[in-house]
Write a protein that binds this ligand. Structure first.
Ligand code: B12
Length: 135
């Protein structure tokens, strides 16, 4: 399975990004890591070019909330129905509950949303969803 990953927007928190790459490789994913400071359009280009099964975006400083508003528009322009869209990290600027954050990001077009969730718990859920097939 192929995964495109990276940190969205002008976010330079790199440590999680490195850990995610290592953890995905340990789980036998083929990883295309775009690193920090990556714009949504670049993620979509990479998903198309690599024919990825999963797009896994991180946001640590909370900027994802702004950038993600274009996701549905970009998904509408390309045939990305088979791709699993996941996002995780700190998904708000300041404090916010999972009850507020999860529906908001699902409305942006993500299939799986992990706000302040342990990385391995999230990766387990991604693998489980891929096994079951995206609904
Ligand atoms: C180190 C650090 C920095 C360093 C970054 C150095 C670097 N190049 O990486 C420096 C000092 C540069 C920095 C700058 C800033 N930072 Co900073 N930083 C941190 C700090 C202390 C640690 C981050 C870290 O590396 N943690 C270790 C990794 C392993 O953990 P993690 O990042 O949390 O990632 C884990 C999870 O989030 C999760 N995860 C991440 N992505 C995904 C995806 C999925 C799918 C899943 C399931 C899980 C998952 O798994 C990861 C691994 O366990 C945190 C506070 C903290 N204690 O967490 C603040 C923090 C992230 N920073 C913060 C802020 C605000 C900033 C600045 C805006 C500060 C400023 N005013 O300038 C700038 C932003 C710069 C930018 N353009 O992005 C805030 C963000 C708050 C928010 N979201 O509302 C935090 C939380 C501090 C705080 N409490 O206010 N920062």
């Amino acid at each position: 399975m192929r995964v495109v990953t990276g940190v969205v927007g002008n976010d330079i928190h790199v440590v999680a990004n490195r850990l995610i790459e290592i953890s995905l490789k340990e789980r036998d994913f083929e990883v295309f890591n775009l690193g920090v400071n990556t714009y949504l359009e670049e993620f979509i280009d990479a998903v198309i070019e690599t024919d990825a099964d999963v797009l896994l975006i991180s946001s640590l400083n909370g900027e994802a909330e702004g950038w993600s508003r274009d996701l549905l528009f970009l998904k509408g322009r390309f045939d990305l129905d088979g791709v699993l869209f996941a996002i995780g990290g700190n998904l708000s600027v300041g404090e916010a509950s999972q009850e507020d954050i999860i529906p908001k990001y699902k409305a942006y077009g993500y299939d799986l949303v992990f706000h302040q969730v342990d990385l391995n718990e999230g990766l387990d859920k991604i693998e489980e969803t891929l096994k079951k097939g995206k609904q």
